[in-house]
Design a protein around this ligand. Structure first.
Ligand SMILES: [Zn+2]
Length: 218
C-alpha cells in the first residue's frame, strides 16, 4: 500500500471548476466549461492574428478541436500518482536490474508548445519491491503528457521510481526529437537529444551504469 506522503513533491493538479470568467467570450462558448471556452477563444485570437479567417469552413471547428485535444495530450496534470501505482507493488526476492526499454512517449515542449517525442528507458535495482511491468510506461506517460523540458521529465521519472520503490538504484534515459528545433531554422540535420538521470547504485557504480547503457543499446 502506497503512503501518500511518499509522493510529496509530485504535483497533483485536479480539475478546477474555473473562475467563471466569461467576459469577452464568444456567446456560443458561454455554456461550455470555462477552461475550454477560454482555450477556444485564445485559439481564435491566434488564428485571426496570423492572418487567417477563423470563421472559414476549415477553421471554424479548430478552436474546439484544439481545446478537446489538450484534454488528452496534457492529461498528465490530472493523473493521481498514488492511484496509478496502487496495488501494483509486489514483494519479490530479486535483486538484479529490471529494465523496461523503448517506451514510446509524446510530450510538448514548454518553450514553444510543440511536440517532442521518442523513447524512454527505465531501469531499477529492486531492494524488496518490484512494480508491475505495465505501470512503468504509465509513469512515463504521466510526466510526458504535460508541458515539459526533456531534462526535467527524465529526472521526474527517476525520482518517482525512487520514491515508490525505494530501490538500490534507478537509471532513466530519454531520447527525444524536438519539433521546435526540427521545424525552425534552415538546418536539415535533426539530432536526437539524450538525457539521463542516475540515482543510487547506478550513480556510484560505473560497471552497473555501463551494463544499463549496454542493454539499452542492444
Ligand atoms: Zn521548444
Amino acid at each position: 500500500m502506497l503512503d501518500a506522503t511518499k509522493i510529496n513533491g509530485f504535483h497533483i493538479i485536479t480539475n478546477g471548476n474555473g473562475n467563471g470568467k466569461s467576459n469577452g467570450y464568444h456567446k456560443d462558448l458561454l455554456t461550455k466549461a470555462p477552461e475550454k471556452a477560454a482555450i477556444e477563444e485564445a485559439v481564435r485570437t491566434i488564428l485571426a492574428n496570423v492572418g487567417e479567417d477563423p470563421d472559414r469552413d476549415g477553421l471554424v471547428g479548430t478552436p474546439n478541436r484544439i481545446a478537446r485535444m489538450y484534454d488528452e495530450i496534457l492529461a498528465g496534470y490530472h493523473v493521481d500518482p498514488v492511484k496509478l501505482v496502487n496495488g501494483a507493488l509486489f514483494d519479490v526476492d530479486y535483486g538484479e536490474m529490471v529494465l523496461v526499454k523503448d517506451i514510446e512517449y509524446f510530450s510538448m515542449c514548454e518553450h514553444h508548445m510543440l511536440p517532442f517525442f521518442g523513447r524512454a528507458h527505465v531501469a531499477y535495482l529492486p531492494s524488496d519491491k518490484v512494480i508491475g511491468l505495465s505501470k512503468i510506461p504509465r509513469i512515463v506517460d504521466m510526466f510526458a503528457r504535460r508541458l515539459q523540458v526533456q531534462e526535467r521529465m527524465t529526472s521526474q521519472i527517476a525520482q518517482m521510481m525512487d520514491e515508490i520503490l525505494q530501490p538500490r538504484g534507478v537509471a532513466v534515459m530519454v531520447e527525444g526529437s524536438h519539433m521546435c528545433s526540427m521545424m525552425r531554422g534552415v538546418k536539415k540535420e535533426h539530432p536526437v537529444m539524450v538525457t539521463t538521470t542516475m540515482l543510487g547504485d547506478f550513480k556510484e557504480d560505473k560497471e552497473l551504469r555501463e551494463d544499463f547503457l549496454r542493454q539499452v543499446r542492444r
